[in-house]
Design a protein around this ligand. Structure first.
Ligand code: SF4
Length: 320
């Protein structure tokens, strides 16, 4: 089930170094670590809203390596948030962190403070891609941390970042399959974009890195999203939702929708081997995906030699 999170951004908190692609100030829009007072104010404001869903909402610490924050500071953050879970005003706490920031002692501590969901930045399962991105961890760290998180009963989210230096469509799909094999409940797929001030930006400027175009990123991401959805894993997000300040790469405000239309097309094509004219019954909730941005998907099908008509029908099976 999708959770309505109260996102609290803690830019770069706990990060042992800056990964080549990352600028959390630009990605999250947050310039500094929020004070405990500000966190409590944000939580109270969230709770006071009439549409607050205490059964769904989580307090989410994003934008850093939560479990690598100095212990005292990390506990202060958890102590600010956990009483609101104890009072039943939130369903739990969500954190994001690095695969090498997980161990049993840490998981016990997180459990004590009502952390329920842990998202790991896996990024790639190819050692050379990880090394070039200056991640400082290995694919084995991701495998081990995922197992520990699942065994301890947390919800596991895995994030991957296709299109980094040395990555290929084959490596990215292999990463997705290896992450899927770890049985996360949730995944995020963010094709790499270039932020100024990062070492990826330097590589882009000196011509040693060419970021993916939107079309390339779609070609890479559609088979990945197809596999994730096939395995009944919740696809929390595809593409950065906020890329203000990104200077290059596959950023598009409707990227997620375009990926879903691509998955829809891939699956429909498997059912329509012969070119021709078809009327396809589509569930109304899937109609916008079927039609695509500004109904452009009809033109796409025409270019393949099909004339498709989508007819909304509440009894139609979902295609994706
Ligand atoms: S990618 Fe994660 S670990 Fe690396 S600098 Fe960004 S927030 Fe920190």
């Amino acid at each position: 089930m999708k959770h309505a999170n109260l996102a609290i951004f803690i830019p770069f908190a706990g990060c042992p170094h800056q990964c080549s692609f990352c600028d959390q100030h630009l990605i999250t829009g947050a310039q500094r670590m929020p004070s405990i007072q500000l966190i409590e104010d944000m939580i109270k404001l969230c709770v006071s809203r009439p549409n607050h869903r205490r059964d769904l909402a989580q307090i989410a610490f994003f934008g850093g390596s939560f479990t690598c924050i100095p212990k005292e500071q990390m506990i202060a953050l958890l102590e600010a948030a956990s009483p609101y879970v104890e009072k039943g005003l939130f369903s739990g706490i969500r954190i994001s962190t690095r695969p090498d920031g997980i161990n049993e002692e840490m998981l016990n501590l997180l459990k004590k403070y009502h952390v329920t969901s842990i998202e790991l930045g896996a990024q790639s399962m190819d050692p050379a891609v990880l090394q070039a991105a200056r991640r400082g961890h290995t694919p084995e760290d991701t495998i081990q941390a995922s197992k520990q998180i699942k065994d301890a009963g947390f919800t596991l989210g895995l994030q991957m970042l296709p299109g980094l230096p040395l990555d290929t469509p084959e490596k990215a799909l292999d990463t997705a399959m290896r992450l899927i094999a770890l049985k996360p409940q949730e995944m995020r797929v963010y094709p790499a974009v270039v932020f100024p001030g990062t070492s990826l930006y330097e590589q882009y400027k000196n011509g040693s890195y060419r970021p993916l175009s939107v079309d390339e990123a779609l070609q890479w991401t559609i088979p990945i999203a197809d596999e994730i959805l096939k395995h009944k894993i919740t696809l929390l997000k595809v593409g950065l939702h906020q890329a203000d300040g990104a200077v290059a790469g596959a950023f598009h405000p409707a990227f997620g929708e375009m990926v879903r239309t691509g998955v829809f097309n891939k699956r429909l094509l498997e059912r329509l081997p012969q070119k021709g004219v078809y009327t396809i019954k589509v569930h109304p909730k899937e109609l916008s995906i079927a039609l695509g941005q500004k109904r452009s998907n009809l033109d796409y099908w025409k270019s393949l030699g099909y004339e498709l008509h989508f007819s909304p029908d509440t009894t139609a099976e979902f295609i994706i």
